[in-house]
Design a protein around this ligand. Structure first.
Ligand SMILES: [Zn+2]
Length: 178
């Protein structure tokens, strides 16, 4: 439908989902993305990438070609490389589908060992009164900026040390100190 509209030099209907891309027909009969980069010094192919559908055998071949040229690149790298020349609709899905079907990538995909975590302690899973039990994650100190602009200094934040005051914390701190 879009092809018939654009080849006839008509505007797409306002309900069409391609309207934000402002597609146009170039001199070779290729639909390209409009955009606002007309005055840029970028190459024409980057300023107005070729608009492609998400499911098409030719699109799959183009993605596969880039995937192989980039030595079995992952989806993110592949997508950014393709975007220099093509604007594939739902590119993320299309690229992931091709990478998922690549047999060398499937064979070499590492499997990460996952540690089985122990049961949560009773005080984490049973309701209790507010501040009856408190905890403190040991992290930091964090560097924070005291103010914006030049001449501002990073200072250490030690607020976490005063956040909680309970018998439990003192007990934990004592036990760690010994
Ligand atoms: Zn691959």
């Amino acid at each position: 439908m879009e092809v018939s509209y654009l080849s006839a030099g008509k505007q797409l209907p306002s309900s069409n989902k391609l309207i934000p891309l402002t597609p146009f027909y170039d001199d070779f009969g290729i639909i390209r993305v409009g955009g606002r980069l007309k005055n840029s010094i970028l190459p024409e192919s980057q300023k107005h990438p070729i608009l492609l559908p998400k499911t098409d055998p030719v699109v799959n071949l183009i993605i596969t070609d880039y995937h192989l040229k980039l030595l079995h690149a992952g989806p993110q790298l592949l997508q950014s490389a393709l975007r220099e020349k093509f604007w594939i609709l739902s590119a993320r899905d299309a690229v992931r589908r091709v990478v998922r079907r690549c047999i060398p990538c499937f064979r070499n995909r590492p499997r990460f060992a996952e540690q089985i975590m122990g049961d949560l302690p009773e005080f984490r899973v049973c309701p209790s009164s507010v501040f009856q039990r408190t905890g403190l994650d040991f992290a930091g100190p964090f560097l924070i900026r005291s103010s914006k602009g030049r001449g501002s200094r990073n200072i250490l934040s030690a607020t976490f040390a005063f956040s909680f005051a309970s018998q439990r914390r003192r007990f934990i701190l004592k036990s760690l100190a010994t």
